[in-house]
Ligand binder design. Structure first.
Ligand code: DQQ
Length: 482
């Protein structure tokens, strides 16, 4: 699937592509494909990011694990490839997604070798630079007896009372997505314990990819990248489900289920607990342009900025940027508080395709308000980020984001976490050329846009109905991390 071998690459190479982000992580290669974040771990104080990677071109094939390290979660040093498919090995067709753990001082990853899909284990040296695949791979021979699976891949591992547990993403033929629970004393021999789920979930799609399960506050959280149909569909149309609830007797009982990200381009997230006790999450920011356009650009796939996760008292997963990107800020623009009547107001002096914007609004009457970004002077191209207090939605409207008819031109909406009456609402927007990451009161929306006009750089504020009071507005141009 998706084997669009690249033809002519954009003049000047992939780094000249005007849609390539400058402060989000993309690999340091000329022609490549990136997808899921993998093996997130803080090791000797440094943050390690592994990721699904094809070093041969911007298409799915030859899946390796790329590797990068960071001290500040902003700047990344590219490191040699960590895992490559081994001819005649159980991963000869690819090293698919997995996770990393500290096994009594030994860095250890479990990933899916294909084909067929089987869990494999590798251990790293103390700098995580070279990896030894276990001679007895795969560490689980195949799906549990009696289960007919359409998918059996991707791993989340934790330790409790000296016992290791892992869940593996699965799709049960004719039933749907599931997370299969195993236990082990040594990470090598695994016993199947059954489904993680206390009861059959609703809307389980056909397959749960990249399950991630972790305690947070007084609950547990399960993230699953839910495939509505089998591989080959439009991956950006799928959504990550977030469940929070109780975990007892090896069974997870969700109390609430939400869509994790409203924007339509956030997939396969993985989390890690850092030394400061923070639960951090990264996701793969998927594409919104055609495979031919990706092949011509010569690169594809972006890793999100890290998000810090907490739960509110209702079990809503609050997502917020970790911060740290303040060091990239330059050319600050401040706008004093003002009333925004119905309509749109351009912000004088603020133009750019790589910006951080923080706009605070007073919450009064039910109303719709927000920001326009990548706006051409005549409005021919524009993308709006909208908060609708009546519908309680957060929306990225990219129906007019590009003159390229092949770019994804959709309106993407999701639930907005309810602001308390009397609160202010801050819209925090990270615009990075074709990437938009929005945070609003714990909700998030991640989208891709591909404006064609060189002058689609404007920013505006807008409101409907009775208008809205802007209490504070700050924006910065962002420097490159490349
Ligand atoms: N991507 C990986 C799989 C996973 C999917 C392959 C999710 O392991 O199921 O690159 O994007």
């Amino acid at each position: 699937m998706g084997l669009d071998r690249p033809g002519a690459v954009v003049a000047g190479g992939p780094w000249a592509d005007p849609h390539r982000p400058i402060y989000h992580f993309t690999p340091d290669r000329d022609r490549y494909r990136l997808n899921d974040p993998n093996g997130l771990i803080q090791w000797k104080g440094r943050y390690h990011l592994f990721y699904q990677y094809n070093p041969h071109g911007p298409y799915i094939d030859n899946t390796h694990w790329g590797h990068a390290v960071s001290d500040d979660l902003v700047h990344w040093e590219h490191l040699p490839i960590a895992l490559a498919p081994a001819p005649n090995g159980p991963d000869s067709e690819g090293c698919y997604s997995g996770c990393a753990v500290d096994k009594d001082g030994v860095p250890t990853v479990i990933y899916t070798g294909i084909d067929p899909e089987r869990p494999c284990l590798a251990t790293g040296d103390d700098d995580l630079l070279t990896w030894q695949k276990h001679p007895h791979n795969p560490v689980i021979d195949g799906p549990p007896d009696g289960l007919e699976l359409v998918g059996f891949r991707d791993h989340s591992i934790w330790r409790e009372g000296g016992v290791w547990y892992q869940i593996i993403g699965a799709g049960i033929a004719g039933v749907g997505g599931d997370a299969l629970l195993y236990s082990s004393v040594n990470l090598l021999e695994w016993e199947y314990l059954g489904s993680l789920m206390a009861k059959s979930p609703r809307d389980r799609g056909t397959m749960w990819e990249c399950p991630d399960f972790f305690p947070l506050g007084d609950r547990h959280v399960l993230l699953v990248s839910r495939l509505p149909h089998l591989m080959g569909g439009d991956i950006w149309r799928t959504r990550v489900q977030c469940m929070s609830g109780g975990f007892e007797g090896h069974k997870f009982r969700p109390i609430r289920t939400d869509v994790l990200d409203a924007g339509g381009n956030f997939y396969a997230p993985q989390t890690m607990l850092d030394d400061a006790g923070r639960r951090l999450m990264w996701g793969w920011i998927t594409e919104g342009r055609s495979r031919t356009a990706q092949a011509i650009a010569g690169w594809t796939g972006v890793i999100s900025l890290p998000r810090i996760l907490t739960l509110d008292e209702t079990g809503w997963l609050i997502q917020a940027p970790v911060g740290g990107t303040d060091v990239l800020r330059t050319n600050h623009i401040h706008v004093d508080g003002m009333d925004i009547p119905a309509g749109a107001i351009a912000i004088d002096g603020l133009r750019g395709d790589s910006l951080e914007i923080r706009a605070r609004f007073e919450i009064a009457a039910a109303t719709t308000f927000g920001l326009g970004v990548r706006c051409s002077p005549d409005g021919e191209e524009q993308t709006t980020i909208e908060v609708d207090l009546e519908q309680q939605t957060l929306t990225v409207d990219r129906t007019e984001s590009s003159l390229d008819p092949e770019a994804l031109l959709t309106r993407e909406s999701g639930a907005l976490r309810s602001p308390a009456a009397g609160d202010e609402l801050e819209l925090c927007v990270y615009l990075d050329r074709s990437v938009i990451e929005v945070f609003a009161n714990g909700s998030a929306a991640t989208s891709r846009i591909y404006p064609m006009r060189a002058d689609s750089l404007g920013v505006s504020l807008f409101a409907t109905g009775a208008g809205v009071r802007l209490t504070e507005f700050d924006a910065w141009e962002m420097r490159s991390i490349c």
